[in-house]
Design a protein around this ligand. Sequence first.
Ligand SMILES: [Fe+2]
Length: 282
Amino acid sequence: MAYSWRTFFTAKAVALNFERCLRACFEISLMYMKKDFLNFQVDHMTLLLQPELYKVAYLMFNVIFGVSPEDLLYEKRKRWQEDAGEESMTFAVRIGKGVHPDPDLNNTIIAVVQPSEPESQASHVRQMLDGHESAALWQHVALRTPDLTAFHQHAVERGVQFITPILKDDEDNLIQVFSGEWYFPGMKSSGMFFEFVERNPSEESLKEIQAKNQETWFRDKTFLGLYGEKQREYDSGEVTPFISFELFDRLYQEFRDKQIWEITDADFKRAEEIMLEHTANK
Ligand SMILES: [Fe+2]
């Protein structure tokens, strides 16, 4: 059967359109493709508890959640006053194990903190709980990423504020960084923030981090580093927000007349541009 020129050109036009359509689909799927370092798993959750609940929770984790002595990952104490005994500051319990081939990525952990300081001494943990009239407050969720350095850069470029540099925990073979709190102008700080962690980091990323940080951070130092930094913030009354108040206002004003279901892909792009621009001009 012979094809006419007309059939040939029609077929060609269809093929071209199909190709264009494929390319557009590919571009859209690229736009939505999640970068590996944005594929987070919950690593642990940190819970602030009033002292009365701290002890009862310790009992309940054992009796109700089935936490055995080997699931008590750590328990840290401090003597705040020379003439007084030690106080338990924090403990962490593993409440479950997964089936990941890497045993380090299998744990479901709750870390618990109580205000262990004497009444006469300032405590940001007490302030966070009392300030919200709470017996218990989820303080931070630690999200695990396969590439903390890449995520950190991505977040910093878009205006996320961190209260620590990337810290190295030698005992646990992990690196971690702590964000500012989620709150906004006119509100008191929420006490809620994120930790981002990478377990078993590669030698290269460790070298990169160590070059950036003058100090190497170990477990005790790391915990006290965060604890100390939070206390310093609460003492000064200046709590670092997750994104700056100016950036928050810009985003809020830009989208104040839209319901979330009216927010389009173009709006997301615009929001990202605002974040990148605002951060670059700082
Ligand atoms: Fe944590």
